[in-house]
Design a protein around this ligand. Sequence first.
Ligand code: NDP
Length: 255
Amino acid sequence: MVSQSGTPALGAFMTDQQRASLTGQVAVITGAGRGIGAAIARKLADMGAAAVLCGRSRAPLESTAAAIARSGGRAEVAECDVMDLPSVENLAAHVERSFGRLDILVNNAGIGGFGGPLHQMPADAWDKVLNTNLRGVYYCIRSFAPLMIRAGSGHIVNISSLAGKNPLPNGAAYAASKWGLNGLSYSVAEELRTHNIRVSVVCPGSVDTELTPHTGKDPRKMLQADDVAHVVAMLVTQAPQSFASEVLLRPTLKP
Ligand code: NDP
């Protein structure tokens, strides 16, 4: 199977068993219109999950849904702003009505904000970064965890960053949001494991997407969105008795 770009299409190296491993499951992926979220959505749909694609703009979500449909997968588009609690609650109610279950929640939606030193950052820019990258994850867990708790199972995967492990000059708010997300993830993992819900956090280094210009980096050596999708696929297909609570993902060669 070869994609239009001539590179092997997603799923080309999967066995039939891997491809079918999520059949019957439902996955919500935030920020699924492009970049890492789109790659995760395509991967989970390729493995048989019905993918619910969340984002603020409809057109990119439809393009991800169309790619999934072309590969024979199932996807649904859901306009939703993770900064807005009623919007997230409406989506959770819709998922419960339509599917009656949620097996996988991938909290991927995020924004950058690498504009300069913190003392020059406008307060509304700080709010946007924290309200998307951290509050948005809280809203999604608050809205979707009850569905998983009722079922007594589920996976929540939070997409953080190595910026949540290291200092990031000129990106202090972004780093703060991701350090916060890591702390949230470790704590919620302990809260929800008693309900048989596994919460993991993935911390990638720089990925070749539209999030930042990546000036001076060689995109061929950078992590690709599909690399993060691969990690998510591993996390949600572990044997029931274990879970990798945190994955740090680095490029092999320094870009
Ligand atoms: P992109 O900018 O390519 O995509 C971000 C996606 O998030 C878009 O689809 C956007 O859609 C969506 N989004 C943004 N705000 C909201 C919101 N309020 N509600 C719902 N959806 C929203 O970024 P990446 O794919 O690169 O990043 C994805 C995640 O990975 C982020 O959390 C990022 O921090 C993390 N990450 C990225 C790295 C990188 O180098 N690229 C490295 C490490 C981590 P729309 O605007 O239509 O809502």
